[in-house]
Design a binder for this molecule. Sequence first.
Ligand SMILES: N=C(N)NCCC[C@H](NC(=O)CCC(=O)O)C(=O)O
Length: 444
Amino acid sequence: MKHFEANFDGLVGPTHNYAGLSFGNVASSQNASMPSNPKAAALQGLAKAKALADLGLVQGVIAPQERPDIYTLRQMGFSGTDMQVLNKVAKTAPQWLYACASASSMWTANAATVSPSADTADGKVHFTPANLIDKFHRSIESDTTGKILKAMFADTRYFKHHHALPLHTHLGDEGAANHTRLCQQYGAAGVELFVYGQSVFDQEKPKPQKYPARQTLEASQAIARLHGLDDDSCVFLQQNPLVIDQGVFHNDVIAVGNQNVLFYHQQAFFNGAEKLAELQQKLGGELHLIEVPTAQVSVKDAVQTYLFNTQIVTLPSGEMAIIAPTDCEENPAVKQYLDELLTLGTPIKQVRYFDVKQSMQNGGGPACLRLRVALNDQELAAVNPQVLLTDEKYKKLTKWVERHYRDRLTPADLADPELLKETRTALDELTQLLKLGSIYPFQR
Ligand SMILES: N=C(N)NCCC[C@H](NC(=O)CCC(=O)O)C(=O)O
């Protein structure tokens, strides 16, 4: 049986904008109110995904969500026709409109936590949508995310879908952004590394002082239980609270792994040495720990360039490549580090740069834009084939974006009734293109 890691990238939705919604995410705050370009954002994401497909990797897409989310606004008492709801919220409480109009579901590393069949007790691939409760605009994603994932991975012989964790801060869960699966081969049982920002029950553990820790240890433990992972194949590691306070709002802003490689910053973890030894012992065999020293790359540079929000992928040749944002190429210290990395004798032999600036300006790099799902060939054959990115699908999606997306949007434009119509027309067409059925509330 063959095994792969498939990447499912979030298609950027037509309302992509900069509303400054994510306290603790430096880029989101810095770029608040700047005009965005949804068309460019969606095309940049698609170009990155297509390049990975062209490298011989299994690549798919995940549909965006319906925004503005009129249904959530109705739950808050805005009433009348859809257009009246828009009008009232824009006039009386625009902050709620911004929160209900974000295209944030594009960052599919936060869509769910996924455990491959080689790791789980029942031998199925398990999915738990992230509840994302730390940020209101993201907390409204999980229901639709669950529906979209079920439409993509429908075959119950292979795929098991859980409900998102209960909606309380005790169980704050941000999905795969704080979860890394290490293994020797994709098809062999691996070790799942859960990185959390704080513990609710263990008050001895340190907490960040300035910015929120979005993921709790208790949430990570709940996911491991739901997915049927045994203790010998899990490691729970605390993020360094000092880096959360410098803008590292998810672990994937400071660490990334692939197979038996873990690439991370010297300051990424709290009590890292002990936990990484546990990881080595549980994984067995060779483990490449690539620690980037502060002396070479500061935490500030890591946050600005997203050096660790890169994707490390295994190419068909067996070599690994780093998929980095062009922001890394533009920063001399980071570029120098990446050049040097290729000479260190690790499995990483190539760096490829991609312009995903529209997403970066909201704090989302290449790794945020993708959800990884390790699959064997039987499982892959059971995935809805329409969501896989072929040459033809890429062309169709590109044309779809060009037809429906605007090239300029400010938060003020989110109240435009035409935008709501345009978005629904686009999404209706997309569900047909990807054969997803009626997943959006407006279609029912
Ligand atoms: N690191 C990973 N995996 N994902 C990045 C998520 C970025 C997202 N930004 C936003 O939601 C900004 C939206 C705005 O401000 O308009 C967030 O903070 O949750």
